[in-house]
Design a protein around this ligand. Structure first.
Ligand code: CP
Length: 311
């Protein structure tokens, strides 16, 4: 397949065929991460800038590791250590970075649409590492990769996603990705965390966790995104946990071989009990491991993919 996208701004505009191609490309990179010498020359001579305006552990580290394992030069910039704190705008910051001729800017920003804004103004590729409440495409792809690894397929599975649906960019990208690949997606959360009309994206909406996870193949739990909420949306964390937290008893409602996922960071004792977070059905660290291969695939494909092999 000839992958034609210069930028990865979201899953919304990727076809099922393109999503499958990204997952297959990630599959071909996965083995590199377990070699003694974890490096291939694929992106030698390319420069990748990781520009993070929000906190991150998994995404930033794995984009950096992915770039380094492909032999690109990777540079990390965080807002707190940049001239943003002196009042420089996003566009000026990005244009100054682009003046140094990077090939790819990977950006996380708290404003929905910030990655598209940059992509429309810069010549280099832009990869969205999470923009506000909009999308987190690399997370959805690593989630799909992990589901395919454990279940052997995605089509026909029932995936329940539970938590703060309104403020989650992970959920939006996952709805697009998983439903396009043929899964049935069910959502559940408190009424104040369920955006009206979300079912129009092609998912079922439930008001309680039990209905969402009953007979599900995959249960994906989300953190309450306090940093994106204004006034408190739940009476108390304890009450939230009672109704929307996953413990071993509630997990019995899902299929016996259901897997439990979480994008991280986990708030133990809130959305997941420690017994479930560390239990036999959890695949949370597999998600993190697979994130490196998926991000290697994304960097490789936006940098020119097969064209690079022929140069
Ligand atoms: N899942 C995720 O985006 O984690 P980080 O915020 O640590 O990158």
């Amino acid at each position: 397949m000839n992958f034609q996208h210069k930028h990865i701004l979201g899953i919304e505009h990727l076809s099922a065929e393109e999503l499958t191609f990204i997952l297959d490309t990630a599959d071909s990179f996965k083995e590199i991460n377990t070699r003694d010498i974890k490096k291939v020359p694929t992106l030698r001579g390319k420069t990748i800038v990781n520009l993070f305006f929000e906190a991150s552990t998994r995404t930033r580290t794995s984009f950096e590791v992915a770039g380094k394992r492909l032999s690109a030069d990777t540079i990390n910039i965080s807002a707190s250590g940049s001239s943003v704190v002196k009042g420089e705008t996003l566009e000026d910051t990005a244009k100054n970075i682009e003046a140094m001729h990077p090939d790819i800017i990977v950006m996380r920003h708290n404003a929905s649409g910030a990655c598209r804004y940059l992509a429309e103004r810069l010549d280099c590729s832009v990869v969205n590492a999470g923009d506000g409440m909009h999308e987190h495409p690399s997370q959805a792809l690593l989630d799909a990769f992990t589901i395919r690894q454990h279940k052997g397929k995605i089509a026909g599975l029932t995936v329940a996603i539970v938590g703060d649906i309104t403020h989650s960019r992970v959920v939006r990208s996952n709805i697009y990705c998983l439903s396009r690949l043929g899964a049935k997606v069910r959502l559940a959360g408190p009424g104040t965390m369920l955006p009206p009309g979300i079912e129009k994206l092609g998912c079922e909406v439930h008001r309680n966790l039990e209905d969402a996870i009953r007979d599900a193949d995959v249960v994906m739990m989300l953190r309450i995104q306090r940093e994106r909420q204004g006034a408190p949306l739940i009476p108390s964390v304890r009450e939230y946990s009672r109704y929307f937290g996953l413990n071993e008893d509630k997990l019995k409602l899902a299929k016996k071989d259901a897997i439990v996922m979480h994008p991280g960071p986990i708030n133990r004792g809130v959305e997941l009990s420690t017994a479930v977070a560390d239990g036999p059905q959890n695949v949370i660290l597999d998600q993190v491991e697979n994130g490196v291969a998926v991000r290697m695939a994304l960097l490789y494909l936006v940098a020119g993919g097969e064209q690079l092999q022929n140069d």
